[in-house]
Design a protein around this ligand. Structure first.
Ligand SMILES: *[C@@H]1O[C@H](CO)[C@@H](O)[C@H](O)[C@H]1NC(C)=O
Ligand SMILES: *[C@@H]1O[C@H](CO)[C@@H](O)[C@H](O)[C@H]1NC(C)=O
Length: 395
């Protein structure tokens, strides 16, 4: 139901989301379009409360810089269709994981009145109180990271006289049919994000984001009954050492289960990077999860139970937990696992000391004992760049 822009590019492992989230705004479908169970209405249509697989519509919008550029090899074109295929594949995979009460009718996004309207009628006694009295002459439509959102996907807008009916400036667009989530994709050549990390970026857009945590909802009656949802009082907190934690109930339970300390109430540590809202799991604790900050190759990345628990706690989705992939890192390792104070003591086989050779914990790669900024001094056997995999060794 939200709208975000996803950019894809080639090369390294860093995440684009962190840089884009500051400048991205969210548009929603209008209130009247939400399924009846989103509203406090007693109207219930038979069957309409049941969540259905999330329908993500991918909308490609051109890159203003490279479009029309001379491209004799067609590399841009090939890169674009590869990138779009990767987005489609990720969206399809998530259909088996996330479900929502379907949006009724074509999805039509609201415009931001603060953008198109310069002033509103201010007298509470007039009939058009708070309606737009003066348009912003500079309004060029809604956009997202510099890309224009088609008017066809947007509600219209109007100018109101002090009394009487409005003068329509732009009528409602036809909207997008059979869609719960509209994903605008712009393909750009950057060194920021790997095509294989597509799923990671899509999960940010769907709610796993420092910008969105504060909008998570508490729906005690379950995901299909939305009328009693409220905004979550607390999603994150800091522990006594200053570590930021995601503290919602399903993630806490899921981490406790993973570490083998059921019954203990744990928050899940989040990675903090300077000046950014935190949108990743702490890598010391959840190495290998799709939602850690660094991408370590698709074959070493898992759509893990703790990440799915976070989607459950967002209050926006019904989650198919049997779609979770097993996370081996730290499994059954107890409460002390992954702390900066314990990782160097040799108490856990997942961490190493020194800089010698060894085996990556998934036993697919030879590694060398090393660290990176997300490990905060902890060391693990990281795959060698030209390491020979065990599978290849066997052949
Ligand atoms: C839930 O996930 C499992 C495992 O991926 C899959 O077999 C099943 O079809 C999914 N269920 C739904 C309703 O999508
Ligand atoms: C919502 O909450 C009210 C008051 O607590 C309760 O009476 C009602 O049954 C709840 N609705 C649903 C659908 O759970």
């Amino acid at each position: 139901m939200l709208l975000l822009l996803l950019l894809l590019g080639a090369a390294t492992s860093r995440c684009l989301h962190d840089e884009t989230q500051k400048s991205v705004s969210l548009l929603r479908p209008s209130f009247s379009q939400l399924p009846p169970n989103f509203r406090s209405s007693s109207l219930t249509l038979p069957g309409s409360l049941d969540p259905q697989p999330l329908r993500i519509q991918i909308c490609y919008i051109g890159d203003p810089v490279s479009d029309g550029a001379w491209d004799p090899e067609g590399d841009g074109m090939r890169g674009r269709s590869r990138a779009l295929a990767a987005v489609r594949e990720a969206a399809q995979r998530l259909q088996g994981v996330l479900a929502v009460p379907p949006v009724r009718g074509p999805l039509l996004l609201s415009r931001d009145p603060a953008q198109y309207c310069h002033a509103v009628w201010g007298d509470p006694d007039t009939p058009n109180y708070r309606r737009c009295s003066l348009l912003n002459p500079g309004y060029k439509g809604e956009s997202c990271l510099g890309a224009k959102i088609p008017d066809a996907h947007l509600h219209g807008y109007a100018l109101w006289p002090e009394q009487g009916p409005p003068q329509l400036v732009q009528p409602d667009g036809p909207g997008v049919p059979n869609t719960d989530f509209l994903l605008y994709v712009r393909v750009a050549h950057t060194s920021k994000c790997h095509r294989e990390a597509t799923l990671h970026e899509l999960l940010h857009a769907l709610g796993f984001s420092g910008q969105l945590f504060k909008k998570w909802r508490d729906c005690p009656s379950g995901p299909s009954v939305r009328e009693n949802c409220s905004t979550r009082q607390q999603v994150t907190r800091r522990d006594e050492w200053g570590q930021l934690l995601l503290t919602t109930p399903t993630v806490s339970h899921s981490l406790a289960k993973h570490l083998g300390v059921l019954g203990v109430s744990l928050g899940v540590p989040l990675e903090e990077e300077q000046g950014l809202l935190s949108s990743h799991w702490e890598a010391r604790l959840l190495q290998g999860s799709v939602m850690t900050a660094t991408f370590d190759g698709a074959q070493r990345t898992r759509l893990d139970p703790i990440t799915l628990a976070a989607f459950e706690d967002s209050g926006w989705y019904q989650v198919n937990h049997s779609a979770a992939e097993e996370l081996l890192w730290g499994q059954g390792s107890g409460l002390e696992f992954g702390l900066v104070s314990t990782c160097g003591t040799g108490s856990s086989d997942f961490f190493c000391t020194g800089s010698g050779p060894g085996c990556h914990y998934l036993h697919l790669d030879k590694g060398s004992c090393s660290s990176d900024p997300t490990l905060e001094g902890c060391r693990m056997f990281k795959p060698l760049a030209n390491g020979v995999s065990r599978l290849e060794n066997r052949a």
